[in-house]
Design a protein around this ligand. Structure first.
Ligand code: SAM
Length: 196
């Protein structure tokens, strides 16, 4: 965190800090949230902080390394009991999360600092996105950070955009948020809100 005159400043370098800014606005005490790709646990930790003692986070990842890193990060902040860590693919989301949630977060691609050949895949990502909308409460949001720049990233970008552009605007508000002064292959974000 950067500070100016003692106040925290959020530097919006890329979509992840922007997604955090939005989560800080949307996620309230007592909410249920899903981190569909927990990776190193940064997003899960923020969600666990935001949902408070009365809320809960379900965090998925297929890699043991990611589950361990996320568990360690939560433990450092004494927030272990606010999250359930599930070492399964997010395409099994609906099997593990059976009650409605207010927020689902996808941070696609590979695990930073891990095996870059293990990436999220178009088919399973779209399956999980469809399940997320089924689970979402009215006014709830799904945030997807997309990384077109790595091998396979373009295909996943197309799959997610095809899914998102087909959503009925009477039911879903669907936004694409990208930086306009960077490469077209830079990461960016899609946000879907289920209209009440
Ligand atoms: C960019 S990282 C996530 C970063 C993470 N949210 C954080 O805060 O550090 C993407 C993660 O997706 C995971 N992943 C790949 N396929 C998956 C799947 N089918 N279901 C759940 N996670 C998956 C990878 O193992 C990797 O850890």
């Amino acid at each position: 965190m950067t500070y100016y005159n003692g106040f925290p400043i959020q530097i919006l370098r890329g979509p992840v800090p922007l997604s955090h800014l939005l989560l800080q606005n949307f996620v309230r005490d007592g909410y249920s949230a899903v981190d569909a790709t927990c990776g190193n646990g940064h997003d899960t930790l923020l969600l666990a902080q935001l949902v408070g003692a009365g809320g809960h986070v379900w965090a998925f990842d297929i890699q043991q390394q990611a589950i361990n890193a996320t568990g360690d990060r939560l433990a450092e902040e004494s927030l272990t009991n606010r999250a359930t860590l599930i070492q399964r693919g997010h395409e099994e989301l609906a099997r593990y999360v059976t009650s409605p949630v207010q927020t689902v977060l996808f941070n696609l691609g590979y695990l930073p600092g891990g095996d870059r050949s293990i990436i999220t895949l178009p088919d399973t990502t779209v399956i999980a996105l469809k399940q997320s909308l089924e689970l979402l409460m009215p006014n709830g949001i799904v945030i997807v950070t997309i990384y077109p720049g790595h091998n396979g990233g373009n295909e996943e970008q197309s799959a997610v955009e095809n899914w998102a552009t087909m959503l009925d605007p009477r039911e879903f508000q669907c936004w694409r948020m990208n930086q306009i002064n960077v490469s077209t292959s830079a990461p960016y974000m899609i946000l879907v809100q289920k209209t009440s």
